[in-house]
Design a protein around this ligand. Structure first.
Ligand SMILES: [Zn+2]
Length: 725
């Protein structure tokens, strides 16, 4: 299944099973893992590739369901769950840099009810506290750009760091210095850490996309993607040409009492009448006020909502809000002091002109609607997936219908509904094709899907080959859609094994004759192919297309095979044919076990696998584990629990600076744990996982060469939970 199919299935599932407590334990565990895998992929698309395919609203639905499962079944929680760390990832190319105060993200709300509920919760917290704190609501625009930390030392712009995962981001100082609206030098020699948003003006995006199209490059879907793509260019002269802008909206740390505006930094305020309110109803009315939306639409940069900040009445005007920030605190992900109200997504009607059927790597047919092109927030839309025939039936979509399409910001557009009122009688029902559009084999119906079951179907083969080289599988760079298509047409690529014959001299000669295949490209492809032979078994198991096996199960199988000390293909096949044993592996049900066993019993597949082994691909699970251990030795990881004379964050930062990895929660691979006073349940976990522990101050100082003050008798103040606001 593709990511978008899995996502839609999960969203449907959540809709039908809003209450996870009613799920049986197997289904719960399965759904949980599925959610994690899916969210990790979406995080990657959002943070690394800057090309998300779902709306924030859908993302939040998946995420909160994951959180619900973890609440009712904490034993399921795994370290790679997106709830276990701030969301976000780091890409290659820039040096990493730590945020001294974590940059949290805001919790999103989408309607008046969300805002009212939130308001009630905050009031309860404030009532419980003894402090007599009176507050008002301050409304600010929510910029749709790239969030980052900007640091001035002695009045000089010294560093800029992307948000990254909230704790660690990328050092983009050199590129941020090209932003003209951001002063390189302040009028006073102050030290200040700020949070700001880097954006591309709308007018700049249109110009940039025109010139990109002229060069045959993909245009950027929106200003946020364009800003993200631009600020991470490695050539800062090129960044300067992109005319990015930056607004500052929060002070993280400062040695002055001045406001952002007084310091002379670029800010953007809403008109006075939309700024301050003393009750939530006025806030809601303003959020829904079309006059405010119009005002924001007229600006030359994008907003995706509004931010509502609880502000202490005694400290207005953007002064330090430490007191109320401390009082309301933060959850692991979000500061409680502020909430984002997200604008509803944009919609448009479009006419279906025809229907295509795409064949996936498992033979599933996906109906795709070709549209009469429409423009939605600057992007032309001419195709949209209809997912499957149940979807078409449920939405009552006919060929020739007008459909309502939605996209919020950057996501791939999707169909919300048909618009029956616009029918003129020429529309027709959409039927699955009788024959596969690629190989003309009769189509078979099974569950909600229609399949081409021809094992030699060229469309399926192409998708299988694309998956084999994909990032999650053997990660063979350089083989895109068009190259694989070309090599298939040239009869050079008909199975996985053919990748490894491309390196033969006679085939290299053939490759050289193809358009756009220079010596350099061929040698790059060949070195990538050679490299793929050394990839760990879990990747290979994911790559070869075992039915119903994804990344996670491939990993589980690989771990299992390592326990069985499997070092070659023959012993691997013997283990994986045994359905009884497979069924005992956690997370693998009877059906999957049967599928795996059938796969490794097929003579045709075995023939292919032995070919791969002869080409030198790695079928040893033991090797796989060994390389894991080697990796871990290079990057020992640690966890911290209890209280120390220094905040845990500061201790962690000292260790991270020495190259250790930080595990927020101890996991099986955690190398050691520092234990302070009043340690909690993490100590039990350390025992469970047999993690080496250190609880003696002198020993810790000596072993890790870190600065740890002598404990003091008087109570040290609790460090403020790092916050945005
Ligand atoms: Zn076919």
């Amino acid at each position: 299944m593709t990511l978008s199919e899995t996502t839609i299935e999960l969203l449907d599932f959540i809709k039908q099973n809003p209450n996870p407590t009613l799920l049986d334990s197997d289904l719960l565990a399965h759904t949980y893992q599925n959610l994690i895998d899916t969210l990790i992929e979406h995080n990657h698309l959002y943070y690394i590739e800057s090309s998300p395919i779902i709306s924030d609203y859908e993302y939040d639905q998946l995420f909160s369901y994951l959180k619900n499962i973890e609440e009712i079944a904490p034993h399921l929680i795994t370290s790679n769950s997106p709830t276990q760390s701030l969301i976000g990832q780091i890409s290659e190319g820039f040096a990493k840099a730590n945020h001294r105060t974590p940059l949290l993200s805001l919790e999103n709300s989408y309607n008046a009810q969300d805002l009212t509920n939130r308001d009630t919760r905050i009031k309860k917290i404030l009532e419980k506290s003894d402090q007599n704190c009176s507050f008002f609501y301050r409304l600010e625009p929510k910029f749709d750009g790239i969030s980052c930390e900007i640091i001035y030392q002695n009045g000089l712009l010294t560093q800029a760091i992307t948000r990254g995962d909230g704790k660690t981001g990328e050092d983009i100082t050199i590129n941020v210095k090209t932003i003209k609206s951001l002063p390189k030098k302040l009028t006073q020699p102050i030290n200040i850490r700020l949070r700001g948003e880097i954006m591309m003006p709308k007018s700049q995006l249109s110009a940039l996309n025109l010139s990109r199209e002229a060069l045959g490059l993909n245009s950027f879907a929106n200003t946020r993607n364009a800003a993200s793509g631009s600020i991470k260019l490695l050539d800062s002269a090129e960044v300067e040409k992109r005319s990015l802008i930056c607004f500052i909206y929060d002070i993280l740390e400062s040695d002055t009492n001045q406001t952002i505006k007084e310091i002379g930094l670029p800010t953007f305020d809403l008109p006075e009448k939309f700024q301050h309110f003393d009750n939530i109803q006025s806030v809601i009315d303003t959020c829904l006020n079309p006059e405010l939306k119009d005002f924001l639409d007229e600006q030359d940069f994008d907003f995706d909502g509004l931010v509502i900040k609880i502000t202490d009445k005694n400290l207005p005007n953007g002064k330090d809000q430490t007191s109320i920030r401390t009082l309301l605190g933060a959850t692991e992900h979000h500061p409680r002091r502020a909430i984002a109200y997200k604008f509803p997504a944009q919609q448009i009607a479009a006419k279906i002109s025809s229907i295509d059927f795409q064949v996936g790597r498992t033979g599933i047919l996906t109906p795709v609607a070709n549209l009469e092109p429409v423009n939605l927030s600057g992007v032309t839309i001419s195709r949209v997936s209809l997912h499957n025939f149940d979807f078409i039936k449920e939405k009552g979509i006919l060929n020739g219908d007008f459909v309502r399409i939605q996209r919020s910001g950057e996501v791939i557009p999707y169909v919300l509904s048909a618009i029956p009122s616009r029918r003129n009688g020429t529309e027709s029902e959409i039927f699955p094709p009788k024959l596969c559009p690629s190989c003309q084999t009769p189509i078979i119906s099974q569950d909600i899907h229609y399949y081409c079951k021809n094992p030699d179907c060229p469309a399926q083969l192409k998708e299988k080959l694309l998956y084999f080289v994909s990032r999650d599988a053997l990660d063979i760079a350089g083989f895109g859609d068009s190259i694989i298509q070309l090599l298939m047409e040239q009869n050079l690529l008909n199975s996985f094994a053919d990748f490894y014959t491309l390196t033969k001299v006679e085939n290299q000669i053939l490759l050289r004759k193809l358009p756009s295949f220079g010596d350099k490209k061929i040698s790059e492809l060949i070195s990538q192919i050679e490299l793929s032979k050394t990839k760990p078994l879990r990747r290979l198991l994911n790559a070869i297309g075992i039915p119903n096996i994804g990344k996670k199960t491939a990993q589980d199988l690989s771990t299992y095979l390592a326990q069985k000390k499997v070092t070659n293909l023959t012993s691997l096949i013997n283990e994986l044919k045994n359905t009884e044993q497979l069924g005992a592996i956690y997370g693998i049900g009877d059906k999957v076990a049967t599928d795996i066993s059938a796969f490794f019993s097929s003579p045709k597949i075995l023939d292919l696998l032995y070919k791969l082994e002869n080409f030198g691909l790695n079928f040893s699970a033991v090797e796989d584990q060994k390389s894991n251990t080697e990796q871990n030795q290079n990057s020992l990881s640690f966890s911290i629990t209890g209280t120390f004379p220094l905040s845990r964050t500061e201790i962690a930062n000292q260790l991270i600076a020495q190259g250790y990895q930080f595990d927020e929660n101890p996991i099986q691979t955690t190398s050691f744990m520092l234990i302070g006073e009043k340690a909690g349940s993490k100590v039990d976990k350390a025992q469970k996982y047999n993690i080496k522990t250190y609880n003696n101050r002198e020993e810790i100082v000596k072993t890790f060469n870190i600065k740890l003050p002598e404990p003091q008798n008087k109570k040290t103040p609790t460090p403020i939970q790092g916050g945005l606001f």
